[in-house]
Ligand binder design. Structure first.
Ligand code: HEM
Length: 412
C-alpha cells in the first residue's frame, strides 16, 4: 500500500486538529500504510527549531514502546510532544521530578511508594462517599432551570472531589487546586489566555501547597495517604519535593482526564441513544472502559529512544522522539471488532486509553473507572431522559482530547 500523502506541514500534535476533527481519519490511513511515520515539525515555535517525531499508530507498536522503557525513555517530558510559545524548554527540567517522566530504577522506587495510596482497599474506602457525592452532583444539576453545561455542572466535580478525598485536601481549598490544574492544562487554548508565567505560577502554587501539607502531616500524622507517603524521609518514603510534584501530577492526571472521559461518555450516550437505553436497563460494568477507549482523553504521550532501534520497519535513531497515539491504537481493527462503534458491552476491551501497559500504566485507573461508573449510574437514575442541546465545544490542545462545554437538558 502506498504511503498516504499527508498534507505539507501536517502534524498530529497541531492543537487545532483535536479541536475540530476527532477521531482523525489520518490515523486509519497510517495504521494500514505506514504505522510508524516520521512527522517533521518544521514550525519554529518559541524560537526553537523542532526536530519532529515518529508517529506510532498501531496498537501492537504502542504497547511495544510502552513496555520497553530501556529502549524508549520517559525521562524527557512525556506529555508534551509539541513545544509551543508557552512552554520553554528550561521549564522541562523541573518535570524530571514528576513520576511520569522518570525511568526505572528511580521510577520503580517512587511508584512503589505512591502505589500505597492507590490500593484496592484505599479506593474501596472512598466508594461510599464518592457515591453520595455523585448522587448530590446529579441532583443539583437536575434542579437547574433549563439547559445547563454538563462540563461545569457535572463532569468537573467528581474527579476533583475524588482526588481531594484521596489526598485529604480540606473542602475550602479544593477549588484552588481545580483552578490551578485548569490553568496548567489550557495553555494552548486562547480562550483561557494562559501565559507561560501563569502556568508556571500555578504549578509552583500547587507544589508549595502540597509541600506545606507534607510538613504538617510530618509534624502531626493523620490517617491519610499524605501521612503514609511522607511519614519519614528515608528510602521508603517521599521527600517533601517529591511529594509536591506528585500532588501536582495528580491534580492534572486525575482531574482533566476523568472529567473529559465523563463528558465524552455523556456525548457518546446522547448521540447513540440505543446505547443509553441499554445502559439504563442493564448497567453493564464494561461501560466505563468503553468510554475511555472511545474518548481517549489522553490522545498521546511521548518517549525518547535511548539507542538505535527498529520499529514497524523503520530505523529509529538514538535521541529521536516517539509519539504514542493512544487515540489511534484504540481504533485499531487488528484488535477491536467494529472499532468505530461505541458499544458499552464490549468485552474484552484491551484499549490503551490508560497507557500501553508498561511501568507508567495509569496509577489511577481503578479510581477513574469507579468515578465514571458512579456518575453514569447516578445520571441514569435521576436524569434518564437527558437531551443534547448543542454540539460540544472542544478544548484547543496538542494532547488532551478535551471538551470545554457540552450543553444538555434534563429532558423532563
Ligand atoms: C498515567 C490516562 C485517570 C493518575 C496515565 C497515563 C495515561 C493515563 C494514558 C500514561 C501511561 C503511560 O505513559 O504509559 C488516564 C485516563 C484517566 C486517568 C484516560 C481517566 C479516564 C487518572 C486518575 C489518577 C491518575 C483519576 C489519579 C487520581 C495517574 C498517574 C500516572 C498516570 C499518577 C503516572 C503513572 C506513572 O508514571 O507511573 N494515566 N488517567 N490517572 N495516571 Fe492516569
Amino acid at each position: 500500500m502506498p504511503c498516504p500523502a499527508l498534507p505539507d506541514g501536517f502534524d498530529f500534535t497541531d492543537p487545532d486538529l483535536l479541536q475540530h476533527r476527532v477521531p482523525l481519519p489520518e490515523f486509519a490511513e497510517l495504521r494500514l500504510a505506514e504505522p510508524v511515520r516520521w512527522i517533521p515539525q518544521s514550525r519554529n515555535v518559541a524560537g526553537f527549531e523542532d526536530e519532529g517525531y515518529w508517529a506510532v499508530t498501531r496498537h501492537a507498536d504502542v504497547r511495544y514502546v510502552s513496555t520497553h522503557p530501556e529502549i524508549f525513555s520517559s525521562t524527557l517530558n512525556t506529555a508534551i510532544i509539541r513545544f509551543n510559545e508557552h512552554i520553554a524548554r528550561d521549564s522541562i527540567d523541573a518535570q524530571r521530578l514528576i513520576l511520569l517522566n522518570m525511568d526505572p530504577p528511580e521510577h520503580t522506587r517512587v511508584r512503589q511508594i505512591v502505589q500505597r495510596g492507590f490500593t484496592p482497599r484505599s479506593i474501596r474506602a472512598l466508594e461510599q462517599r464518592l457515591r453520595e457525592r455523585a448522587t448530590a452532583i446529579v441532583a443539583e444539576a437536575r434542579a437547574l432551570d433549563g439547559p445547563f453545561d454538563f462540563v461545569t455542572s457535572v463532569a468537573c466535580e467528581l474527579p476533583l472531589q475524588a482526588i481531594a478525598e484521596l489526598i485529604g485536601i480540606p473542602q475550602d481549598d479544593r477549588t484552588r487546586i481545580f483552578d490551578w490544574s485548569n490553568k496548567m492544562i489550557a495553555y494552548d487554548d486562547p480562550e483561557y489566555a494562559v501565559t507561560e508565567e501563569v502556568g508556571a505560577r500555578s504549578a509552583a502554587e500547587i507544589i508549595a501547597y502540597a509541600m506545606s501539607m507534607a510538613a504538617e502531616r510530618k509534624r502531626c500524622p493523620a490517617r491519610d495517604i499524605v501521612s503514609t507517603l511522607v511519614a519519614a524521609e528515608d528510602e521508603g518514603n517521599l521527600n517533601s519535593d517529591e511529594f509536591g510534584f506528585f500532588v501536582l501530577m495528580l491534580a492534572v492526571a486525575g482531574n482533566e482526564t476523568t472529567r473529559n472521559a465523563i463528558t465524552h461518555g455523556m456525548h457518546a450516550f446522547l448521540t447513540h441513544p440505543e446505547q443509553w437505553e441499554l445502559y439504563k436497563r442493564e448497567r453493564p460494568a464494561t461501560a466505563a472502559e468503553e468510554i475511555v477507549r472511545w474518548a481517549a482523553p489522553v490522545a498521546a504521550f511521548q518517549r525518547t529512544a535511548t539507542q538505535d532501534t527498529e520499529l514497524g520497519g523503520k530505523t529509529i535513531r538514538k535521541g529521536d522522539r516517539v509519539g504514542l497515539f493512544y487515540a489511534s491504537a484504540n481504533h485499531d481493527p487488528e484488535v477491536f471488532d467494529r472499532p468505530d462503534e461505541f458499544d458499552v458491552t464490549r468485552d474484552p476491551n484491551p484499549h490503551l486509553g490508560f497507557g500501553g501497559g508498561g511501568p507508567h500504566f495509569c496509577l489511577g485507573k481503578s479510581l477513574a473507572v469507579l468515578e465514571i461508573d458512579l456518575i453514569f449510574n447516578a445520571l441514569a437514575d435521576a436524569m434518564p431522559r437527558m437531551r443534547l442541546v448543542e454540539d460540544p465545544r472542544r478544548l484547543r490542545s496538542a494532547w488532551i482530547n478535551g471538551v470545554k462545554e457540552l450543553r444538555v437538558s434534563a429532558g423532563e
